[in-house]
Each structure stands twice: as structure tokens, then as C-alpha cells.
Design a protein around this ligand. Structure first.
Ligand code: ADP
Ligand code: MG
Length: 333
């Protein structure tokens, strides 16, 4: 379990992290998102003890990370694996030698090392690439090698810093699938840091969003994305994910039917029963780790709005009014 309370990290006058509170339970997959420069990597470096913090507390399994020194600190870090965007493999070593590096550092004997490397190569589905050099591998394969190396010492936590950002979307997805599988099979806590929202959705359970060093939103992934708070809207907006503007008069409503409700023709029934028209701006079904979420965005004229609200209430269909577009643009500046 990772418990962070009132954590602050400053670089001289610059506040890279300010008053961060987070609780991460063992064995789950967490997403840490935010614009570039929002403090994601700095937070990971605090968690694995590579950097100190000025104020607050950061405990991993009850141990205050900043209190660790010397051998204790090294042993603590052995329990935390890390992978990066740039893979960080040593170019002159083979795949096997790269994966064996941590075990060599910890002076495992050769037989055990070789046995463990075989096991890890199987786990990341590269059983026949052991003798290859990094330059002979694709990006996705290099990241698999980096994952194998990160898992070599049986870590309890795996930190992934933009691990899929340099990969094509479909390859990124296979890497996320591998990480999900590792989480399920080995029960390792995984923190996925990314600025890409798309790769989060299928793999993470809980999400923390940083904005300029502060925690700006948090929650489980389905509720966060089905009713995005302002900070998440800003991040989505910066990635062109909210092209929802109704144009014309009217309020944009986000309908969030349950899976059972979503199987029925909600919109045509509402139009028929109310005898009114409205525009459908978007309808989507997104697959998350724990099921699918359907949402419908409709635009309703002021005249019809009360009747629609009433009808949705009677049918027990969850909904929320979307903030007005002008307001969002103002806040994004
Ligand atoms: P992210 O990973 O979200 O892109 P970082 O954690 O790398 O962001 O950086 C957060 C902020 O802290 C950035 O503005 C960055 O310039 C600053 N920063 C990070 N490391 C240092 C450092 N060693 N010295 C000074 N400023 C730093
Ligand atoms: Mg970073």
C-alpha cells in the first residue's frame, strides 16, 4: 500500500508537487495522468526513493521512504520496478544480458540467473529473442525486454513512466495488455503514468490527475470518464477529445444509462412519448477494465428541457448537464 499525505516537492522556488494526497492499495492498477510538466515523473521518483521531498509523508507498506538510507534504501528500491518511454536498454548487451543485469548486481549465481531469465522471457512472450541485441528488436519488443528486466527481482510495485508513448497505438495496446496480465497473475501494484488517455481506459482502475503539481481530480475510471470533472475536461480538450459543441440554442445533456437501459431504444421512446425533437451530438460505448459505459449526448432546447428532465427522472436514467462550451474555453486559457 502506498500512502501519500501532504507531499510537497520543490525545486528551489518552483513547486513541482504541492500538497498531494493519495492512497494506492496493493495489487491494483492506478493511472497517473496530466499534461507534460504536471509533476508525474517527479511523483514516481518520490515513490521509488530516487528523490527526496520537502514536506509531507510518503509511506510504502508503512515505511517512510525518505527515512531509508544505504542498504535499506537499495533493498527498498529492489522491490520497485520501473520502465520508461525510451526503454533504457544497454545497446551492447544481448536481451538475456540486459534482463540479467539486476540479478548480477544482487550477485545471484549464474544458474539461477539463467533460469530466471528463461522464465521472464516466457512471461513477456519473447522466448526466442534471448540472443538478440536491442537494435534488432522493434519498439514493442524492446519494451517487453525492459518489462522483463523490471520484473527480474520480483518487485511489489511496477512504475511505468510513459512506457507506451513512443509506440504505435496498436503496439501500445499489446503492452498494456501484457501489464494487465502481469498485474492479474502476479498481483503487482502498477502505476501507469501517461499523457495519453486512450491507453488508460482499458487497464486502470483508479486514476489520479495532476495539474501544475496539484492533485486536480481522482476517482475510479468509469465514473471519472462518464462525468468528467473540469480538470479532466481540460486535459481531454488539450488532446482534441471533446469535439462536442452543439451549435445553436440549447442545453447539452449527458445521459448515462445503465447497461440494461442502454440495450433499449431510449432516445426514440423519449422523442415519441414527449412529442418533441432534439439533436443527438454523440453516442458512444467505451470498454473499460471492469465493463462498458454507454453515454449519449443530446441537445435540448430551453422549451423542451423541463419535460426531458422529468422524463429521465421517471425512467431513472442518470444524466448531467454539460458545462457550456464558452465557459470551458475561457477556463482553458
Ligand atoms: P511530467 O512527468 O508530468 O511531465 P515532471 O515531473 O518531469 O513532469 O516535471 C514537473 C516539473 O518539475 C516540470 O516543470 C519540470 O521542469 C520540473 N522539474 C523536474 N525535475 C526537475 C529538476 N531536477 N530541477 C528543476 N526542475 C525540475
Ligand atoms: Mg514525465
Amino acid at each position: 500500500m502506498i500512502e501519500i499525505q501532504g507531499l510537497c516537492k520543490h525545486f528551489d522556488d518552483f513547486r513541482a508537487l504541492e500538497d498531494i494526497h493519495m492512497t494506492m492499495e496493493s495489487g491494483k492498477v492506478y493511472g497517473l495522468i496530466g499534461q507534460s510538466g504536471s509533476g508525474k515523473s517527479t511523483l514516481l521518483r518520490c515513490i521509488n526513493g530516487l528523490t527526496t521531498y520537502e514536506k509531507g509523508s510518503l509511506k510504502v507498506d508503512g515505511v517512510e521512504v525518505s527515512s531509508l538510507q544505504g542498504r535499506q534504501a537499495r533493498e527498498f528500491r529492489r522491490g520497485i520496478g520501473m520502465i520508461f518511454q525510451q526503454f533504457s536498454l544497454l545497446s551492447r548487451l544481448t536481451v538475456r544480458e540486459n534482463i540479467a543485469l539486476p540479478m548480477k548486481c544482487w550477485k545471484w549465481d549464474k544458474r539461477e540467473r539463467e533460469r530466471r531469465v528463461d522464465e521472464l522471457l516466457e512471461m513477456v512472450q519473447l522466448p526466442d529473442k534471448g540472443k538478440a541485441l536491442p537494435r534488432e528488436l522493434s519498439g514493442g519488443q524492446k519494451q517487453r525486454v525492459a518489462i522483463a528486466r523490471a520484473l527480474a527481482m520480483n518487485p511489489k510495485i511496477l512504475l511505468c513512466d510513459e512506457a507506451t508513448s513512443a509506440l504505435d497505438p496498436n503496439i501500445a495496446e499489446t503492452i498494456m495488455d501484457l501489464l494487465s496480465d502481469i498485474n492479474k497473475r502476479l498481483g503487482i501494484t502498477i502505476i501507469v503514468v501517461t499523457h495519453q488517455l486512450s491507453i488508460l481506459k482499458a487497464s486502470c482502475e483508479q486514476v489520479y490527475l495532476l495539474e501544475k503539481g496539484r492533485l486536480a481530480a481522482q476517482g475510479d475510471i468509469t465514473s471519472l470518464f462518464s462525468q468528467p470533472p473540469e480538470a479532466l475536461r481540460r486535459l481531454m480538450g488539450s488532446q482534441g477529445e471533446t469535439a462536442v459543441s452543439g451549435g445553436g440554442e440549447g442545453t447539452v445533456l449527458r445521459l448515462l444509462p445503465t447497461p440494461e437501459q442502454a440495450e433499449k431504444p431510449i432516445l426514440s421512446r423519449m422523442a415519441r412519448e414527449l412529442g418533441e425533437d432534439f439533436s443527438v451530438l454523440r453516442a458512444d460505448r467505451e470498454q473499460y477494465r471492469h465493463g462498458a459505459v454507454t453515454y449519449l449526448l443530446i441537445q435540448v432546447s430551453p422549451k423542451v428541457l423541463p419535460a426531458v428532465e422529468n422524463w429521465l427522472g421517471e425512467q431513472n436514467i442518470a444524466w448531467a448537464a454539460e458545462p457550456r462550451q464558452e465557459k470551458r474555453e475561457e477556463e482553458a486559457v
